[in-house]
Design a protein around this ligand. Structure first.
Ligand code: BGC
Length: 741
């Protein structure tokens, strides 16, 4: 057999291959591995290819702008990717393959719901399956690595990037982040259709002040450990995620990309992470812009010492790394370790064995009918039914000949359905709400009325004269979300509240469908509509899924993964808040009754009103009703370090099969530090036939009872714990148990 170098021998252990390859590399080749390029840094394609041949580029990022997700989709040139890979593998000295990265955030060619919507599904299995499909599709087009899942906790939904988050809650985000990671990475990373995932943005980007993208953040150490870092830790320790991306922002004086505390103390020493860290686009250079380094060279020194393995876009590393090592400012050992992390992942992905895509063979993996059907089902599962007086679903004989009018700005909207981080789907493959209703007209036997003008008053007038009921389609364009476009007014865009009011004055029954990236408050719909459905930017099949839900073919099973404020002045508002030092009691029922129908009143008077959202975290209706009974704690007292259990019986008390999400919350009311008034510690999504009952149980163990102090030390304290089981975060914590000393 031909004598091949050890690192090319797939039968050798990964670590041996890493060491062998590293020992053969020049400094320039090492820096090459630490450099990611989008191509645009080079004057021509020839220059770019020459850099690959010289081993100066270790990774390709398949984006053309610094805000890739918000840029128009151009597709991937797979032939070119294979050609670039051939140069790396066959023409560079050591033949190290490129790792191609791209933002595969919510589906690829088959576009899935935005991540915030996926979190609303409270269905980790479905989320995992969706990420798996995305990995299959993008790997078929030469992508080895996605910059997802994003797991920034977001409590300020003005931030455009809220759509990419998994919501406000650390427990839900942990479960979803692990599910997505496992979906992308699959069960065997060397398989062609398994890709590397990337936990981003490490850490604290979701706390950018005022929800203004790119602004600095201020996060206490307590919040950092107990909230912000939790999903990252879960993705590393449970999900075995391959890579981490730093975040743009400065946190309390230290930009994340040069944070020794985050990247070394927490990530590597604390959690044992052995993959690699990539900067965000230009975030290394940003350390200088924040003023947290003397000059560009000092920035590179700081980022190397903290542990940023790879620089996204070719910028500062190639200029300064060698110099810093030669001058003794950065030990060679540090650079070697950083390169090791990158090579390790390349070996684990099997890139040396299978660097190319068989384009024809893998084309069959793109837009499979079952993948399209799955995102349609997923879109419905993510939808949150916020109001319903029984009008939905529209079913039965009453439908025959029913004249349904569609009005509003989202009726003919196409691109937004795909959401702001659609980098792989083609808009022309999406369906508008208008088209989806047209498709369904015959099947259900209704008569569709859509005025051919985009002017709302003409639409409403026609509806008033001709329709038996109105579906009012409001929402926001996907350009109002994603990277950069944060909004200052947290409400429906201009004029849409008036549109709802105009629809109301027709006196016809009406349903409001809100198609948006964030759950915007829709007070007019809450108070007057017969039903209010939040469909989100639910992917390419959003519109068909809306039809499925409205006509009862599918259920809207989502629950809000983020609190919906009554008023933007309440932001940041989230359920897991601290109990205020002083509370002015207020009768919640009276308050709710009084505010109903009083749209013009600024219902923000005393402390209680500050905290009352339009819809709480975890809230959502089903097409049937559920009841909980026999809620019991296994023990009233447990030994120190022990576990407890709560059981409950869930019953579908309605007359059709349906799905609900039962949630368990805990509080630790007396503690060495103040803790949130309640925290989600478990949820169960279950489908029951009419009249069916099922017993469920929640484990209460260390993960639920433990917490970090401000130094990051974990504790479980003896004493009282309160527990509540219910259908949303408004639940009373009406049970308690004690942990003995
Ligand atoms: C975003 C990242 C993204 C990267 C590459 C940056 O602007 O912040 O989330 O992965 O671009 O597209």
């Amino acid at each position: 057999m031909e004598n091949i170098p050890l690192y090319k021998d797939a039968s050798q252990p990964v670590e041996a291959r890493v060491e062998d390859l590293l020992s053969r590399m020049t400094m320039e080749e090492k820096i090459g591995q630490m450099t990611q390029s989008y191509g645009g840094e080079y004057a021509s394609e020839e220059e770019y290819v020459a850099a690959i041949r010289a081993g100066k580029i270790g990774s390709r990022i398949g984006c053309d702008t610094p805000w890739a997700g918000s840029a128009p989709v151009k597709g991937i040139n797979v032939v070119q990717s294979n050609a670039h890979q051939k140069v790396a593998v066959e023409e560079s000295r050591l033949g190290i393959p490129l790792i191609n990265g791209r933002d595969i955030i919510h589906g690829h060619r088959t576009v899935a719901p935005i991540p915030l919507a996926q979190a609303a599904s409270f269905d980790p299995e479905e989320v995992k399956a969706s990420a798996r499909t995305a990995a299959i599709e993008c790997s078929a087009q030469s992508i080895h690595w996605t910059f997802a899942p994003m797991m920034d906790i977001c409590r300020n939904p003005r931030w455009g990037r809220v759509i990419e988050t998994l919501g406000e809650d650390p427990y839900l985000a942990e479960e979803m982040a692990v599910a997505m990671t496992q979906g992308f990475q699959g069960d065997d990373q060397t398989k062609e259709d398994c890709i590397a995932a990337c936990a981003k943005h490490f850490a604290g980007y979701g706390y950018c002040e005022g929800g203004r993208d790119y602004d600095a953040s201020e996060i206490s150490r307590g919040t950092l450990h107990n909230v912000v870092l939790r999903p990252f830790k879960a993705a590393v320790t449970r999900g075995k995620i391959s890579t981490i991306m730093t975040s743009f922002q400065d946190n309390g004086g230290t930009p994340s990309s040069s944070s020794n505390f985050l990247l070394r103390e927490m990530l590597r020493e604390g959690w044992g992470f052995d993959g690699f860290v990539v900067s965000d686009w230009g975030s290394i250079q940003q350390v200088e812009l924040w003023g947290a380094a003397q000059d560009k060279k000092d920035v590179v020194r700081k980022c190397l010492l903290s542990g940023v393995n790879m620089e996204m876009i070719n910028n500062l590393y190639p200029k300064y790394v060698a110099e810093l090592v030669a001058e003794g400012e950065v030990p060679q050992q540090i650079v070697d370790d950083l390169v090791r992390g990158i090579l390790r992942i390349k070996f684990r992905l099997g890139l040396f064995e299978k660097p190319y895509v068989d384009i024809e063979e893998r084309a069959k993996d793109i837009r499979k009918p079952e993948a399209i059907a799955a995102v349609r089902k997923q879109a419905a599962n993510c939808m949150v039914l916020a109001e319903n007086n029984g009008i939905l679903p529209l079913e039965g004989d009453a439908l025959k000949g029913l004249r349904i009018a569609l009005v509003g700005p989202m009726v003919n909207e196409r691109r937004s359905m795909g959401g702001a981080w659609n980098t792989g789907g083609f808009t022309e493959e999406f369906t508008t709400i208008h088209e989806a209703f047209k498709e369904a007209e015959k099947k259900y036997g209704f008569k569709l009325i859509v005025h051919d003008s985009e002017l709302w008053d003409a639409q409403v007038r026609t509806a008033a004269f001709l329709a038996d009921m109105i579906i009012c389609c409001v929402g926001e364009h996907c350009d109002m979300t994603g990277e950069m476009p944060s909004i200052s007014k947290y409400r429906l865009p201009l004029g849409q509240d008036d549109l709802i009011e105009a629809v109301r004055t027709t006196g016809k029954p009406f349903v409001v469908v809100c198609t948006s990236g964030r759950p915007l408050p829709v007070p007019g719909a809450r108070d007057f509509a017969d039903a209010l459905l939040y469909s989100w930017h639910g992917g390419g099949e959003t519109a068909r899924a809306i039809v499925d839900v409205i006509f009862g073919e599918a259920e809207p099973t989502g629950r809000f993964p983020i609190t919906v404020p009554e008023h933007e002045g309440q932001i940041p508002i989230y359920y897991g808040r601290k109990i205020p030092g002083k509370v002015v009691e207020c009768n919640k029922d009276r308050f709710n009754k009084e505010r109903k129908g009083q749209l013009d009143k600024p219902w923000i008077y005393g402390s209680y009103e500050y905290f009352l959202p339009m819809y709480p975290f975890g809230y959502g209706l089903s097409y049937t009703e559920f009841a909980l009974s026999d809620i019991k704690l296994a023990s009233a007292e447990i030994p120190y370090g022990g576990t407890n259990k709560v059981t409950a019986v869930v019953e579908n008390i309605g007359n059709r099969a349906g799905t609900t999400v039962v949630q368990c919350y805990l509080a630790d009311p007396r503690c060495m530090i103040s803790r949130p008034c309640k925290e989600l510690i478990g949820f169960k999504k279950l489908r029951l036939e009419a009249g069916e009952k099922r017993e469920i149980e929640f484990e209460i163990g260390e993960p639920a009872m433990g917490f970090y102090d401000e130094n990051g030390v974990r504790h479980v304290e003896a004493g009282e714990f309160k527990i509540g089981v219910g259908f949303d975060s408004d639940v009373e914590l009406d049970m308690s148990f004690t942990m003995a000393k």
